[in-house]
Write a protein that binds this ligand. Structure first.
Ligand code: BTN
Length: 254
């Protein structure tokens, strides 16, 4: 990835800081270090070609090999945005990433609640939102075209494309879209797009929540990010937990 190319094209539109690394432990960790050191005064993008200790939700590793992925963190001082609803941020980010992928790679990916992106039945991107020092750190990792995966994630994780693509284009589009969905997009429009791309609405799901398994049909994703599940005990809304089983018999995106 080319710092100069990204910077020049971004600066035409935004007043951002940008840091591009060949290798780093984690772009989210770097973002948090910079926040702690008081070094972040405006929106900042941190991008790496390779992460040695990339991490995701639930304390998991995020496999981040060199040359075949894109690992990006955006740091947003919170007062710069009107959006304060964390659920809306999360759904907006998923939609922003789906659209960036569609614009640059011309493929349609689906969203597994709350913001994992899937293509042809495999996870191809994950998003992690963290808050620290009056700022939000938004991390996204994309598996662009990895060819081999650690045993633990084999069969679960996939690639967005087999082609060599210009990752600068994708990084720029992601930043542009995140900025738009963060500052300008209307909640109704975000939710319309989110629901359209949801892989879970209408599907039988198993949700793992604090070692408890919830079974039911996913009825809806609310504007605040809550997942409504029709269970044997009626409709219940969840704000945390992870969908651990989801059958995708009629894969709608190709
Ligand atoms: C998930 O799937 O649970 C979220 C994965 C988020 C991974 C990205 S890669 C860029 C940023 N740096 C990290 O260490 N994590 C996020």
């Amino acid at each position: 990835m080319d710092q100069q190319v990204i910077y020049e094209r971004l600066l035409e539109e935004f007043d951002y800081n940008l840091h591009v690394y060949d290798t780093i432990d984690s772009t989210n960790a770097e973002a948090k270090r910079r926040l702690l050191a008081g070094k972040i005064t405006k929106p900042t993008a941190i991008i790496a070609d390779h992460q040695t200790a990339g991490y995701g939700r639930h304390g998991r590793n995020f496999y981040s090999p060199s040359s075949v992925g894109l690992y990006l963190s955006l740091v947003w001082p919170i007062e710069l945005t009107d959006i304060v609803n964390p659920g809306q941020i999360t759904t907006g980010l998923a939609v922003a990433a789906v659209e960036a992928i569609s614009d640059v790679l011309h493929i349609d990916v689906g969203i597994k609640w709350i913001n994992d992106l899937y293509y042809l039945g495999h996870k191809v991107a994950g998003i992690l939102v963290e808050a620290q020092n009056d700022a939000l750190v938004i991390g996204i990792g994309l598996n662009i075209n990895p060819t081999d995966y650690p045993e633990l994630i084999q069969g679960k994780v996939g690639a967005l494309t087999q082609d060599k693509i210009d990752r600068n284009d994708l990084a720029i589009r992601l930043i542009q879209n995140f900025d738009y969905y963060f500052t300008e997009a209307q909640l109704d429009d975000v939710m319309l797009l989110y629901r359209e791309r949801s892989l879970v609405i209408g599907q039988p799901v198993q949700l793992l929540l604090d070692h408890q398994e919830i079974h039911g049909i996913a009825e809806n994703v609310q504007a605040d990010g809550g997942l409504v599940v029709r269970t044997a005990r009626g409709n219940r809304t969840f704000y945390s937990g992870e969908i651990t089983k989801l059958s995708l018999p009629d894969w709608r995106y190709s």
